[in-house]
Design a protein around this ligand. Structure first.
Ligand code: ACO
Length: 312
């Protein structure tokens, strides 16, 4: 099997910062409640004229620059999103057109907040089988358009943004070492977009119970699948939904607080964009170094989960 890894990372976050205090002017909430229950202090919200594809395009261009690749060297485009501009055409096709990439396959993958992990693993299969060489994997979300801004249970949780990576063959022993994917459709009712209102509805407590069980377990399983132990892990990049869920995964791997990304503080939950946004941020912070063992893990609507263990 080939060694498949990340050769470039790029992001986009909207300029507008919305603080907890800002939200407390709209719904009956306060900074203390949001911080202590979720770890979120602020989130970015996209302007009216900036949709999911616009953010995806900017993140993709930045990832290509980081990878030192021309857009024309990409031979597959995959976008993880739960908030596409419209049902069709896909965000992936819109990215393709904007980047001037001709005749390669492009598609969206819908796994909500687990989308980035699922999409990355899908891309790996195509590279493993020598079908494609350079795959653009993007997570882009504009949750602000499906959030009911009058519902304090959900409106305080989400933010907008996009992150992209280029996945290619890397040196032997590096890249993705193992993955763990799963879903449990019996939990579909707990987190959904309402058919009537087209807004997010959530049974927060049920989602929380699922997440504090499944995210730590998947993190642990993927390390074992790679033939490693928790001690070998240098850094954890969990889906950024809630600091208490993140801590549960960190503790399962026996990691210190400085070995886990907690960008939820500044981005809120950006669904499929949260893992690449966190990855980019921690690379900038100097926490991800050559040969480090990294675990990325997500959970989300479905209910779904997924993790990847890789050597950087
Ligand atoms: N401000 C103030 N009070 C609030 C707010 C708010 N923003 N939201 C809810 N409350 C109230 C509730 O109404 C409730 O009041 P009540 O007891 O009078 O009914 C009280 O606070 C406690 O609510 P709980 O639900 O018990 O609070 P909990 O500690 O469970 O925290 C939270 C709620 C943060 C939503 C938590 O359940 C959670 O994080 N769940 C997981 C959610 C998640 O990660 N979803 C995203 C999944 S990813 C995807 O695929 C999109």
């Amino acid at each position: 099997m080939k060694s498949v890894g990340i050769i470039g990372v790029g992001i986009y976050v909207p300029d507008q910062v919305v603080t907890n205090h800002d939200l407390s002017k709209r719904v009956d909430t306060n900074d203390e409640w949001i911080r202590s229950r979720t770890g979120i202090e602020e989130r970015r919200i996209a302007s009216e004229d900036m949709d999911t594809s616009d953010m995806a395009i900017i993140a993709a261009k930045n990832a290509l620059l980081d990878a030192s690749l021309e857009a024309t060297e990409i031979d597959l485009i995959l976008v993880a999103t739960a908030t596409p501009d419209h049902a069709f055409p896909s965000v992936a096709c819109m990215v393709q057109e904007a980047l001037g990439i001709k005749n390669v396959p492009a598609m969206d993958i819908s796994v909500a907040c687990s989308g980035f992990i699922y999409t990355m693993v899908t891309a790996k299969q195509f590279i493993d089988t020598n079908t494609y060489q350079n795959v653009l994997v993007i997570g882009s979300e504009k949750f602000s358009k499906i959030v009911d801004w009058n519902d304090r249970n959900t409106s305080v949780l989400f933010g907008d943004g996009a992150g992209a990576i280029v996945l290619s063959e890397v040196s032997k022993g590096k890249g993705i070492l193992s993955f763990d994917l799963g879903s449990d459709g019996s939990g579909a009712k707990h987190l959904a977009v309402s058919k009537e209102t087209n807004k997010v509805t959530m049974n927060g407590r049920e989602v929380y119970k699922f997440a504090v069980r499944q995210m730590p377990e998947s993190s642990y399983r993927v390390v074992k699948k790679a033939g490693l132990d928790s001690d070998d892990v240098h850094y954890l990049i969990p889906h950024q939904a809630n600091i208490r869920i993140i801590d549960a995964a960190r503790e399962r791997l026996g990691l210190n607080k400085d070995q886990v990304s907690t960008t939820v503080r500044i981005h809120g939950n950006t669904s499929a964009a949260s893992i690449p946004l966190a990855l980019f941020t921690e690379i900038q912070n100097g926490f991800i170094n050559d040969n480090d063992i990294i675990v990325m893990v997500g959970f989300g609507a479905g209910l779904t989960w997924g993790s990847v263990c890789l050597r950087w």
